[in-house]
Each structure stands twice: as C-alpha cells, then as structure tokens.
Ligand binder design. Structure first.
Ligand code: SF4
Ligand code: SF4
Length: 96
C-alpha cells in the first residue's frame, strides 16, 4: 500500500473558513506605522498572504487567516491588534 503525501498548499486548500465579516479578528492599529515600516515583514511572513503592500501602506484581509499568530510576533512596531475569531468562526482545520 502506498501512502499519499500532501503538500502544504494541498493541506491548506482542504481547510474551510467561517469568516466573521462583521468583526475581523486582526486589525492594524496604526497604518502610519506601516508607512514608516522599512521591511514590512508581515507581507512576506504571513503564510496565507493576508497582508499586501500597496505603495507605502499595507492592506490586510483576514479571510484566509490560519490563526498562526506570526504577524503579531514579527511586527516590529507592535501595530497589530490580534484576537482569536469569535467562537465557532475562523478556520476549520481538516489536517492537523
Ligand atoms: S510589520 Fe507591522 S508596522 Fe510593518 S507593515 Fe506590517 S503591520 Fe505595519
Ligand atoms: S495570524 Fe498568521 S495567517 Fe493570520 S494574518 Fe497573521 S500571519 Fe497571516
């Protein structure tokens, strides 16, 4: 019997989300800090690519967030307000 191995992308694609559209669980507290943030690590450290650079600023979309907490750790300006989604919302992992 051969085992099937899944790539990270295949595993992520198997997940489901119940997005809390009325209350995003992550927020950028001060966009002006993003403007002055030289390396903008959130834009390349987030595995779900939730942060996208637009000019000097960064746009955040939390729909595909996998709730890893990386963005909160790597932000050098403490500019990210991070909470888990409300109970029952957010990502539903199919693989652990
Ligand atoms: S790392 Fe923090 S301050 Fe820098 S661009 Fe991202 S959210 Fe803004
Ligand atoms: S918690 Fe993880 S997946 Fe969600 S926005 Fe932050 S870095 Fe991206």
């Amino acid at each position: 019997m051969s085992l099937k191995y899944f790539t990270i992308e295949e595993r992520l694609n198997a997940n489901a989300w119940d997005v809390d559209v009325h209350r995003p669980h992550i927020r950028i507290k001060d966009p002006e800090k993003c403007r002055k943030c030289e390396k903008k690590p959130c834009t390349y450290m987030c595995p779900a690519k939730c942060y996208v650079q637009q000019g000097d600023y960064v746009v955040l979309s939390t729909e595909a967030c996998v709730e890893c907490g990386t963005c909160r750790v790597v932000c050098p300006h403490g500019s990210i307000e991070w909470n888990y989604p409300r109970s029952g919302m957010g990502i539903w992992y199919r693989f652990t």
